[in-house]
Design a protein. Sequence first.
Length: 328
Amino acid sequence: MRPANLIFIHYTLFYVVHTSSYVATTAGKFMFRPIGEDLKLFYQTDTAQSDVTWKWTSPNSQMKGKIAITKSILHTSPKFQNRVSVLKDALQLAPLDFSDAGTYTSDFGMIINLVTVQVKADPSTVVSYGSNLSLICTVSHVPDSNMALVWAKINRTITIQVKRQILNYNTLENIMIVDCVNEQPTNWACLVFHKSQLVAKLPVPLEYPKLPVPEVTTGTFTTSTFQLDTMINTELSTRDTLDLDNSTIITVCILIPLILVLLLLMCVMKTLPKPDLTEEPRASNAEEVQYITVVFKKPATGISRGMEANQGALCSTANGEEIYALIK
């Protein structure tokens, strides 16, 4: 879905403004010019200078004037005095004033309907950070009901619409209030549309003050930016050292209790009686120990049961063999 704000490619705007600054109609040409620019009133032929007369009528038809050249002599009304120059192919009126709007008609039938446009910033084009700024775009008159003024932000590649105003005979301007101007410079421009066609673009020459370089003052001495950077780096190094010291303190606090526990265990072990491993077990005087030798052997072949009793005790092993024990 296309966003509500129109977005135009910057180079397209540039092309349209400079190739279609007027709109041709059956009544003549509608030309939209910012104040301060020029208006060329052409001769009847493009190749050579000729006598020509251009008559001017204000939009409300209450004021009239004339610009003419006859036998290379220039004649102008007081309104245009000292602002008309003779070119090879035209009479040039410059710089244009806001009141120069109206209808210009030549003696050979060419008609130009000039609409002048101006932009201004209130209270000033010098921006004060944090204050409000009013941007005003105004046209001299509306030749028909199909006109619009658009305030837009101009970037390198795109133009973003911010506020659009449809014009009529009673509404000739578009006012936009920028609240609390921030520190980011913004390029503003007023776009003029006639019958949905872009016919003029007027940037606002705002001047943004440079931000002051912060300085650190200690007593009667002023620290430069370089010294300020040095102080910041020193502060960061100090913080790193403090962090390292804190880690060391934590490690020591953990190791001290462990060492104390080990020392306590060693003291306890020293207090316990040690067994005398060199002392040999003593035999009781009341008891006498006699040693005997027992020899087990298999019965000789041919010995009867009666003889077995004389030989010694008879025992049976797990595998059924009989073993005799003789006491010597």
